[in-house]
Design a protein around this ligand. Structure first.
Ligand code: IPM
Ligand code: MN
Length: 373
């Protein structure tokens, strides 16, 4: 065990602390079994912290996040603007990666869905610049689109399409990027986004490329979601389509995301903090666990770390075994509590690794370092 990954974490509000603690216990078992050293450093933020300290993201938490290798964040309540939106923009986490995939152990109306939404994460309406006129009777919001941000997100989309496991085995439909926009109504802003994606596409001749209006994309996502591979879109459309895509494959209780910059990332579930079920111990820990899986995949590719790649695979197969055996929370048709699901997954990981991979047996760690989303 040579390196230690320092994970800063935000427990958040509502069901945040419950699902975070569950995921942390699973990550610690993975660390033990795959000889990966994780150090967890709290970076308190969110509604509760605002009430207690007067700041939703105190400077001390921000420094802790900046000094860590990555941040794992549970949902916060009403303070998203001061926390996650601030972090996305301040740390230049320009790509929000949101996979939506059918698992055979999760009931869904569709089959064969395996797509990724690559959402621009720093601009568009999320610059949050609003103005009032006429004594508040007229409101204006700025939508900002730059060529630079459109260019870099388009590149991420094409590179993602080429690196996806499903597109590398030669069996799938092959790499495919769809640019989603509304340039018929917004020829300057969305037009710039689309034209930039069009020109980046020319550098990736092996990737099939097309573009689609956002309303058509919303329709196609519930008509034939299996036809999508990678969707690249601006911030607000990506927000809306990613909630839709999560329902297509079984619900927000499973949806994970990564806010990625060039060398830092904040990983978080797509959903909110569900205050209505907070404290009841029934929140689904799977969204946080799939988020942890994205974290491991990111570590494996950024740090060429085969142990993280193997741990990610083991996490997925353990989730599959446990959920398949009916140990799941009620939002996905089970009766188990958050803690019961996490505990069962920990046991399954130990079982699958034969109580851990010891130093002399690194044979078990022979994963390729590839992106799995
Ligand atoms: C998301 C969330 C946030 C967003 C909110 C909480 C500001 O909905 O991550 O999808 O709109 O980006
Ligand atoms: Mn959202």
């Amino acid at each position: 065990m040579s390196v230690t990954y320092r994970i800063s974490y935000i427990e958040g509000d509502g069901i945040g602390p419950e699902i975070f603690t569950a995921a942390r216990s699973v990550i610690e078992v993975l660390g033990e079994c795959f000889k990966i050293s994780f150090e967890f450093v709290p970076a308190p933020a969110g509604d509760r912290v605002l009430r207690e300290t007067g700041e939703a993201l105190p400077k001390s938490s921000y420094s802790i996040i900046r000094e860590s290798d990555l941040c794992l964040k549970a949902p916060v309540g009403e303070t998203a603007l001061q926390t996650i939106i601030f972090l996305r923009q301040q740390l230049n986490l320009y790509a929000n990666i949101r996979p939506a995939k059918n698992y055979q152990f999760i009931e869904s109306k569709f089959q064969g869905v395996d797509l990724v939404i690559v959402r621009e994460n720093t601009e568009d309406l999320y610059v949050s610049r609003e103005f009032e006129e006429n004594e508040g009777k007229k409101a204006i919001a700025l939508k900002v689109v730059t060529e630079e941000a459109s260019w870099r997100i388009a590149r991420v989309a094409f590179e993602t399409a080429l690196s996806r496991e499903t597109n590398r085995n030669g069996k799938g439909r092959g790499p495919n990027v769809v640019c989603v926009h509304k340039s018929n109504v917004l020829p300057k802003s969305d037009g710039l986004f689309q034209r930039t994606c069009d020109s980046v596409a020319k550098n990736f001749p092996s990737v099939k490329y097309s573009s689609m209006y956002v309303d058509t994309a919303a329709m196609n996502l519930v008509k034939s979601p299996e036809a999508f591979d990678v969707i690249v879109t601006s911030n607000m459309y990506g927000d809306i389509l990613s909630d839709e895509a999560s329902q297509v494959v079984g619900g927000l209780g499973l949806a994970a995301s990564g806010n990625m910059g060039d060398d830092f990332a904040v990983f978080e579930p797509v959903h909110g903090c569900a205050p209505d079920i907070a404290g009841k111990g029934i929140g689904n820990p799977l969204s946080m666990l799939f988020t942890a899986k994205m974290m491991l995949d990111w570590l494996s590719s950024k740090r060429s770390d085969k142990s993280s790649a193997a741990a990610s695979k083991c996490l997925e197969s353990s989730i599959s075994a446990v959920t398949g055996a009916g140990i799941k929370t009620r939002d996905i048709g089970g009766k188990s509590s958050t803690v019961e699901v996490a505990r069962a997954i920990c046991e399954e990981i130990r079982k699958q690794t034969g109580l851990g991979v010891d130093d002399g047996n690194m044979e078990a760690v022979k994963e390729d370092v590839v992106l799995r989303w």
